[in-house]
Design a protein. Structure first.
Length: 529
């Protein structure tokens, strides 16, 4: 007798309810290629509409909730994740094949918890909203919640960028908005566990029932309709350029803000003096960064520029040896493996040659070769669009240039990236070339690094995890870095000659909580107006 598998419920309006779906799906274990037993619904528009109704109601109720109470929710959520650490790590490992330790248990989950605590502090203090008061004109303004936020998480960070716990989630909630979390179909079970703890924390903190909701998957047409709905305040998306641009077109047509993180090759420029001084060490740093996590990082260094010469050939040999001695990369899914294969094939068709990696991609086993490709500066300039295609996985393209002039020409042809890095020597022989190239590179990236690989993204108030298109949809915003990340999910509102009792507390003359910084009559202060 066949046992019917129970379909996991969705989180709607404060309750775990059966989906009104007609279709279901399973996640896969990428280490084995086998489907997992849990079954999840593919939500149609009825589920989306129900989530929007609950979120719209919650958005109104949240306007009466203090920053301290929102901070209590985020703090409680962080505590609950700490208590459930073991189960979360096991589930994420099962669905992604990422290492339990150090990746999931010692790096990503602590980072996620840290983000929640930073968001709690920002919500409670309130300075992120930039309350501004002109006492003479009696005009006051600040950033207020924008409304329900749809958060679409990626495949590569099951905790830190998850729609139900990651940085976009934290920023949206800390700014006072409800969240409709769209789980990634590669790790729905992890998203469910996170949403369970988020929902329990909503109850603990006494927040409106629809503050956090979870949908696992939906047809593309429902996703496009969701981000364009009149009840949505904004959307945050992390994923492929194709999907991101489709969502952006739908949101833009409806006049809805959408914040996108998409493709990025993260150029690394290694100057001759750095190679002469410490070429072997730089090769080891690059190989380690490129191989990390199967190359499935948004800040993976996929594009390296080197200057023609003996030291560069030694660097190429050293990296080749590192790539060949490492095992094939474990990828998140067969889809990722196919995409990597297609990207490498496209790069080679455009003139890049394989230094190593010809063992190919094992799609069924979700594994990929460690690809190292190279092309000349002339080849790049003949096909700049094709030779800066992102290859998501362990694949890097080396561009060998003649001189600084050609290097500058190539930089001027680069699309936007999240990061850009320049390695130079410590005795000053590279300073002149650095001075020529750094200003150009800085215009192409959101974060400029010196002498370190870009794969680490510190959860720091000074961090910018954004950049020019196509790395993001708008270069003025960041997905990491509190308080700046909160302002994506806020609307600037002004009060002109409004009576004091009718103003938000933060815009009245008395200091609201003893901590908030306000811009009063031309200066930042914590004093009364």
């Amino acid at each position: 007798m066949k046992v019917m598998q129970k379909v996991n419920p969705i989180l709607l309006g404060g309750e775990w309810l059966p989906s009104q779906c007609a279709e279901t799906f399973h996640a896969y274990n990428p280490a084995t290629g086998q489907p997992l037993s849990e079954e999840y619904p593919v939500s149609g528009w009825a589920d989306c509409d129900a989530a929007l109704k609950a979120a719209a109601s919650a958005a109104v109720a949240l306007r009466a909730v203090s920053g301290d109470q929102i901070g209590q929710f985020l703090t409680r959520f962080a505590e609950r994740l700490e208590h459930r650490k073991g189960e979360l790590v096991e589930q994420a490992h099962l669905e992604t094949a990422l290492a339990k330790t150090p990746r999931l248990a010692d790096v990503e989950l602590p980072r996620t918890i840290n983000q929640l605590r930073q968001g709690a502090a920002a919500a409670a203090e309130g300075s992120w909203a930039l309350p501004t008061i002109d006492t003479k004109a009696n005009i006051r303004s600040w950033f207020e919640p924008i409304g329900p936020v749809v958060v679409v998480g990626p495949n590569n960070f099951p905790f830190a960028f998850n729609g139900a716990s990651g940085g976009d989630f934290v920023a949206a909630i800390a700014a006072g908005n409800p969240v409709i979390a769209k789980a990634h179909p590669l790790h729905p079970g992890t998203s469910r566990l996170l949403a369970e703890e988020a929902h329990a924390s909503v109850v603990d903190a006494g927040l409106p029932a629809g503050t956090v909701q979870l949908l696992y998957r939906m047809p593309p047409e429902c996703g496009l309709r969701l981000v364009a709905d009149h009840r949505v305040g904004a959307t945050a998306f992390t994923g492929s350029r194709a999907a991101g641009m489709a969502l952006k077109a739908a949101a833009d047509k409806a006049g809805k803000p959408i914040y996108l993180e998409m493709s990025s090759v993260n150029p690394v420029i290694i100057l001759p003096g750095a190679l002469a001084e410490r070429g072997q060490a730089v090769a080891e740093e690059f190989a380690a960064s490129s191989l990390l996590g199967g190359g499935q990082f948004c800040t993976n260094p996929g594009f390296v520029m080197l200057f023609d010469g003996r030291a560069t050939e030694q660097f190429v040999t050293a990296v080749k040896e590192k790539f060949e001695s490492a095992p094939q990369s474990q990828l998140f899914s067969a889809g990722v493996a196919r995409s990597l294969s297609e990207s490498v094939r496209s790069l080679r068709a455009s003139g890049a040659i394989a230094v190593t990696g010809d063992s190919g991609v094992a799609v069924a086993e979700c594994r990929g070769a460690n690809w190292l490709l190279r092309a000349s500066g002339e080849q790049f300039l003949a096909a700049p669009g094709e030779l800066q295609r992102e290859a998501f996985g362990t694949a890097a393209l080396l561009i060998v240039v003649r001189d600084a002039r050609q290097a500058a020409d190539i930089i001027n042809h680069l699309e936007g990236s999240l990061t850009g890095c320049i390695y130079s020597d410590t005795n000053g022989s590279d300073d002149a070339v650095y001075g020529e190239l750094a200003p150009l590179l800085q215009q192409r990236v959101g974060r400029l690094l010196n002498d370190k690989m870009p794969t680490g993204v510190a959860v720091s108030p000074a961090m910018n995890h954004g950049g020019p298109y196509p790395s993001t949809g708008h270069p003025g915003f960041t997905a990491v870095g509190i308080p700046a990340s909160l302002r994506r999910f806020a609307a600037l509102r002004c009060y002109d000659n409004v009576r004091s009792a009718r103003l938000p507390v933060a815009l009245r003359n008395p200091q609201p909580n003893g901590r908030m910084w306000r811009f009063i009559d031309g200066r930042f202060t914590q004093a009364d107006a």
